[in-house]
Design a protein around this ligand. Structure first.
Ligand code: ATP
Ligand code: MG
Length: 359
């Protein structure tokens, strides 16, 4: 008898559609485990953190939250934010606290054109394209450095400074991660994104480190593109992309663009990785809490289910990850689509269809 592998997963649905899409992903993962003939199972613990928790307790998560989470094998996250709580409070109080507390410095956001899904930029549903945005997730523009009221010049003349922090170590590790990822792909190419013509300190350091790291990967093709030009390139020549490495802010914006190109924000998956595996990594859809559609059963669960596939890969269940990705493609290919991508299916319909295609 072989022993069963049990993965301890912390589920944090948090706000809005987070609850609906995390429930969808859990159902799919449990169906996969049930079909594994006892090879593996998921042991879930759900945490009620988020904006409701904040209204009740004044905190987005428990004070000892990181301590509680640190022994889990992975974190499966929904979405954070609600109109009743300022965005910077909710984001820094939960999601960014976990990302930074667990040194999840690499944020991987695949852009994947799914069968059967059109978008304003994709007129033929059989165009097959995919690339990956690798986002520096620990520093850059989201370092929280700066301040307000730096000068007291009287009413109407407040000054605010928002600094971006770039360290050689931070740049180098995210670039090596991007190059290593490129080596696993059919197209071995890394595109680095900057704005070094206008920002002469951090972005120039980024460029210099990129050139240096690239020298260690002679088998990988490279290019360095300004972020404005890269936005145009996403739209005009996405077939020329494989791995795109960018700073925290630039990659955040570019990955939303990529997911909109693929058809909807609701389709996009992401992994916040602590590559050293000293701490748990966190898997979440790219989208936010979507207050406009929350609680109506309309949320597209594909982003969250795709994030579950990324989690499977991270846990070493590579075959299951591939199987789940195929089931997602079969579902959209069969036209089972939520309203954001032009269909009439509910969150539950899509989830059930994915499970059907697993077996
Ligand atoms: P955040 O600041 O957390 O990134 P946001 O303000 O950018 O959030 P979202 O909450 O992601 O915005 O919503 C942006 C738009 O995308 C909304 O119109 C929302 O309904 C839609 N959307 C987001 N997620 C989904 C989903 N899973 N299914 C369908 N539509 C979605
Ligand atoms: Mg957003």
């Amino acid at each position: 008898m072989t022993s069963q592998r049990v993965f301890r997963i912390a589920a944090i649905p948090a706000d809005g559609v987070g609850a609906e899409v995390v429930a969808a992903g859990r159902t799919v993962l449990d169906a996969l485990a049930a079909a594994s003939h006892g090879t593996f199972a998921f042991d879930w613990t759900e945490f009620p953190w988020g904006c409701d928790h904040y209204q009740r307790t004044g905190r987005m998560m428990d004070e000892d939250g990181l301590e509680t989470l640190k022994d889990f094998d992975a974190i499966y996250f929904g979405a954070v934010g609600w109109p009743t709580v300022p965005d910077h409070v909710s984001l820094w109080g939960l999601r960014l606290k976990i990302c930074q507390g667990f040194d999840q410095w690499a944020n991987v956001r695949p852009v994947h054109f799914l069968p059967g899904v059109l978008s304003p930029l994709r007129k033929a549903a059989d165009t097959e394209l995919d690339w990956v945005v690798v986002r520096e997730n620990s520093e850059g523009e989201y370092s929280g450095l700066g301040g307000r009221n730096l000068s007291a010049r009287g009413p109407g003349s407040e000054v605010a400074v928002q600094s971006a922090l770039f360290t050689e170590t931070g740049c180098e590790r995210i670039m090596r991660f991007a190059f290593d990822l490129a080596r696993t792909r059919v197209r071995r190419k890394v595109s680095s994104v900057t704005k070094s013509n206008a920002q002469q300190y951090g972005m120039v350091l980024w460029d210099e480190v990129f050139t240096r790291v690239a020298a260690d990967y002679p088998d990988v093709e490279t290019e360095s593109v300004l972020v404005d030009a890269m936005s145009a390139k996403f739209v005009l020549h996405p077939e020329d992309l494989s791995v795109v490495v960018a700073s925290n802010l630039h990659a955040d914006i570019l990955s939303d663009l990529g997911s909109a190109m693929a058809g909807s924000l609701g389709l996009a998956s992401s992994a916040n990785l602590n590559p050293e595996k000293r701490f748990p990594s966190m898997f979440e859809p790219v989208h936010g809490s979507a207050p406009d559609i929350a609680g109506q059963g309309l949320a597209n669960p594909i982003g969250a289910i795709g994030s579950a596939a990324l989690m499977l890969g991270h846990l070493g269940l590579t075959d299951e990850a591939a199987r789940l990705t195929k089931a997602i493609e079969a579902t959209t290919g069969a036209g089972v689509l939520t309203p954001d991508v032009g269909g009439r299916a509910t969150t539950t319909d899509v989830t059930a269809a994915v499970i059907d295609h697993l077996t």
